[in-house]
Design a protein around this ligand. Structure first.
Ligand code: PBG
Length: 333
């Protein structure tokens, strides 16, 4: 269907922009707190919140403070918290065994949140980078990131996270075959209701820089992630990856980063109609915050406009470090 318009002055588009009431009436998309997933960084210790320098307004929190954040999320109407660990470098090994330690930071934080605020869903990343001496998402041998051997490690990580009570698992590793392996092992081990949000179209992006600082992976990472994350120049490949992941049992799919890839969001939603999410990544957050701190743009305005853009592009929800700030603004409005 082509939108049609009568010629001027029969059609005057400004008629419906004249007042807030008329603008509200014809608004095509809306953002609500229920669309937001709040990523939180977990660190060791008690009653601690330490700022992440490259992400103003974001903190690494101790496990008890994660439970407090979940309370805040529930009060703000944010349905999901995603946890990422700041792992002690001494625990990073080539076999990444800390990834499936039932008592690692994210598994402990998951249990703490599910005990304190069970109505908030917990999402955990499935990938090895926070635990890997090489900083890569997969196991590395002689400089090569191994696919099939990594699947065994991801399966262990998956089962430990499901056992800890995670509601949603987010494989962000981009190994081939991981969704099928995860789904099969979850079914086999009695975790049939653990959902998978696949990072299906994840690009090898320069916008992840501040995140790697936040989880302490920047120093560790050797080389880049171009042999497993997507080439930013590609779009048909994203559709094939989404199709593949849905066929392997993904419940939801994700595009990442967000704002530079809104064209991908739209194509994915139009092609599959599956629950589709975008990750507004650390670099996107840092850019808006840094410009706002310098007085170069209106931070709240840019935040809300950027989040609304994801809804317009067809996304059902957004992972964003702005989640609590945006939910607070939405509650005031
Ligand atoms: C790693 C992972 C990354 C992010 C989420 N999971 C970084 C990477 O792929 O290097 C990035 C999130 C962000 O930048 O906010 N598996």
């Amino acid at each position: 269907m082509r939108p049609t318009a009568a010629p001027y002055p029969l059609a005057r588009f400004r008629r419906l922009r004249r007042t807030p009431a008329l603008r509200a009436l014809v608004q095509e998309t809306t953002l609500s707190a229920g669309d937001l997933i709040w990523p939180i960084f977990v660190r060791d210790g008690a009653d601690l919140a330490e700022p992440v320098p490259s992400m103003p307004g974001v903190e690494r929190r101790s496990v008890d403070r994660c439970a407090a954040a979940a309370r805040e999320a529930a009060d703000l109407g944010i349905p999901v918290i995603a946890l990422f660990p700041y792992t002690d470098p001494a625990l990073k090994t080539p076999d990444c065994a800390e990834a499936w330690n039932p008592d690692n930071l994210v598994n402990r934080a998951t249990r703490a949140i599910k005990d304190a605020v069970p109505e908030v869903a917990v999402m955990l990343d499935v990938a090895l980078d926070p635990y890997n001496a090489d900083g890569h998402d997969g196991l590395v041998r002689e400089g090569v990131v191994l696919n099939d051997e990594t699947l065994d490690a991801l399966e262990r990580q998956t089962l430990a996270q499901a056992a800890a009570g995670a509601d949603i698992l987010g494989p962000s590793d981009m190994m081939d075959g991981r969704i099928r392996r995860m789904r099969d092992s979850l079914e086999r081990e009695g975790h049939k209701d653990t959902a998978i949000m696949a990072y299906s179209a994840k690009y090898a992006s320069a916008f992840y820089g501040p995140f790697r600082d936040a989880v302490g992976a920047s120093g560790a990472l050797k080389g880049d992630k171009k042999t497993y994350q997507m080439n930013p120049a590609n779009t048909d490949e994203a559709l094939r990856l989404v199709e593949r992941d849905l066929a392997e049992g993904a419940d939801m799919v994700m595009v990442k980063p967000g704002m530079p890839y809104l064209d991908i969001c739209r194509r994915v939603k139009d092609a599959f109609g599956a629950p589709t999410f975008a990750y507004q990544v650390s670099g996107e957050y840092a850019m808006i915050q840094a410009a706002a701190q310098n007085g170069w743009l209106d931070g709240e305005g840019a935040m809300m406009e950027s989040l609304g853009a994801f809804k317009r592009a067809g996304c059902d929800g957004i992972l964003t470090y702005f989640a609590p700030q945006a939910a607070r603004l939405l509650a005031e409005a």
